[in-house]
Design a protein. Structure first.
Length: 105
């Protein structure tokens, strides 16, 4: 694991712990981890070929809304991808994980 990714995961874990949330992470590719606080991952942390750590957040609420409204998977990816998955800062991802966990309770 790249030290930058390890440090990012340590930050997320520490932030979540301080807010009473147990962070879960799962490696999906080399230096790419899905992160969240429940059964569904809400974000990812990864290291790019350009040497940057990137974080993304997936808004499951918007995704579920689109499905309920009858959008197909293809339509969701073509028309709503930028609204459902967006790049965020590490700090914002940490806050969103905690917020999502608190909404699930």
């Amino acid at each position: 694991m790249r030290p930058e990714v390890e440090a990012s995961l340590m930050f997320l874990d520490s932030f979540c712990s301080r807010n009473g949330v147990a962070l879960q992470s799962k490696q999906v590719k080399e230096n790419i981890y899905l992160v969240g606080s429940g059964l569904e991952a809400v974000g990812s942390v990864g290291y790019t070929t350009k040497g940057e750590v990137k974080c993304f957040f997936k808004d499951r609420g918007k995704e579920h809304w689109a499905i309920a409204e009858g959008f197909s998977d293809e339509q969701i990816m073509e028309e709503l991808a930028d609204e459902i998955v967006r790049e965020v800062s590490l700090q914002e991802l940490a806050s969103l994980i905690v917020k999502k966990s608190n909404c699930d309770e």
